[in-house]
Design a protein around this ligand. Structure first.
Ligand code: NAD
Length: 352
């Protein structure tokens, strides 16, 4: 017996909605049945290109459509909270883009709305799901490199000031390099460290551009397991990109990256060896696969609301540290394994 397809509505047809549609098109058990955007031309373009039947002029119209099981919230950071809460209250499962929201209170309301409505909430921490990331995590989890010692995670690239939409140049709207891309860096780092952060010390500033948000950050993060990692997120005015993660374990080292050159390398015996990995046909395929799986199997998605709230907790604490010049201790009362959204967890993905 074949399972019914997951019927998805995409809200917000800016730049990255295309990657979501491509990923869904590569999966058999998911389909886009509707899109919503304020601009008619954008709706038309997506409906035509991806053969989508319905186009709505706002998210409220889309959320009223009973033929939609799940939505992707793919627009401005300052709108993630409101639209996610509305979508949960409309009974839809939600995949919301990163960064999750602009405050921990907003994150909590999103998690609560999902729990109250018995729907899944996942945050689009895309870099978690890259073929290179999944392979690297598999190697680390296998224990073949021995106990973890430390990791450094980079995302430095041209900020593209001239082409950067204004909301990304305004911290008030949740913009800046730290919230926009540092969120990927801290997500990957924390995932690799396989522990919950307890404190952070950071330097964050606006150093290469004149704008109302940061463009560069360096953070030193301590974890519950006693280890520490470093997160670097810089949007420079000129340079060359580096998205590498370097992990050092007792009996081996690991480097992996998805942008520029794609690779997973293991270092042993003073040599770096290239490790093969599965490269999916669409960049976000694994992300959508995990989201659909969490709904079909009634399990918590890998980058759940709780997990992503913790990532935001680290980001906000780093901002406070940058202002005070002091290490900031996280509240971290709850652990991300304490599920608070969706129906009860039956099994774990093992991806976090
Ligand atoms: N995961 C990744 O790798 C990745 C990459 C790029 C962007 N993103 C994230 O994706 C999100 C969207 O970014 P973007 O640059 O594509 O967005 P954008 O700002 O370019 O586009 C947003 C679109 O939403 C529409 N819109 C606004 N309000 C609406 C409403 N109420 N109902 C329906 N439509 C509405 C606008 O008309 C616009 O077309 C951001 O959170 C961003 O950080 C993620």
């Amino acid at each position: 017996m074949s399972m019914a397809k997951l019927r998805v509505g995409i809200i917000g047809l800016g730049g990255i909605a295309r990657a979501h549609c491509d990923a869904i098109a590569s999966l058999d058990d998911v389909e886009v049945v509707a899109v919503a955007d304020l601009f008619a031309e954008k709706r038309r373009a997506y409906m035509q290109k991806y053969d989508i039947a319905k186009g709505y002029a706002s998210h409220t119209e889309l959320l009223a459509d009973d033929a939609i099981d799940a939505v992707a919230v793919v627009l401005g950071h300052h709108l993630h909270h409101r639209l996610t809460v509305d979508a949960c209250n409309a009974g839809k499962h939600v995949l919301v883009e990163k960064p999750m929201a602009l405050s921990l209170e907003q994150c909590d309301e999103m998690i609560e709305a999902a729990a109250n409505n018995n729907v899944k909430l996942m945050v689009g921490q895309t870099q978690h799901f890259y073929g290179t990331s999944l392979k690297a995590k598999e190697i680390l989890d296998s224990g073949e490199l021995g106990p973890l010692i430390t990791a450094i995670c980079y995302m430095s690239k041209n900020w593209n000031f001239a082409g950067r939409p204004p909301q990304y140049r305004s911290r008030f709207h949740g913009g800046g390099m730290w919230l926009t891309n540092g969120v990927h860096v801290v997500d990957r780092l924390t995932w690799v460290m396989a522990s919950q952060a307890v404190s952070v010390s950071a330097s964050i500033g606006t150093r290469a551009h004149y704008q109302a948000s940061d463009d560069s950050a360096t953070a030193f993060i301590r974890y519950k397991n006693g280890l520490a990692g470093v997160a670097v997120a810089v949007g420079f005015a000129d340079g060359a990109p580096n998205h590498e993660i370097q992990v050092i374990c007792a009996n081996g080292a690991l480097r992996f990256s998805q942008h520029g050159e794609k690779y997973v390398k293991v270092g042993k015996g003073d040599q770096w060896e290239d490790i093969p990995f599965e490269d999916p046909p669409a960049e976000m395929r694994n992300e959508w696969k995990a989201f659909a799986e969490s709904i079909a199997q009634d399990i918590e998605p890998p980058t759940s609301g709780e997990w992503s709230r913790h990532i935001m907790e680290i980001l906000f604490a780093a901002e406070r540290s940058a202002i005070s010049g002091r290490e900031v201790v996280l509240d971290s009362g709850l652990s991300w394994v304490n599920q608070r959204s969706g129906t009860p967890v039956a099994i774990h993905h093992g991806w976090i």
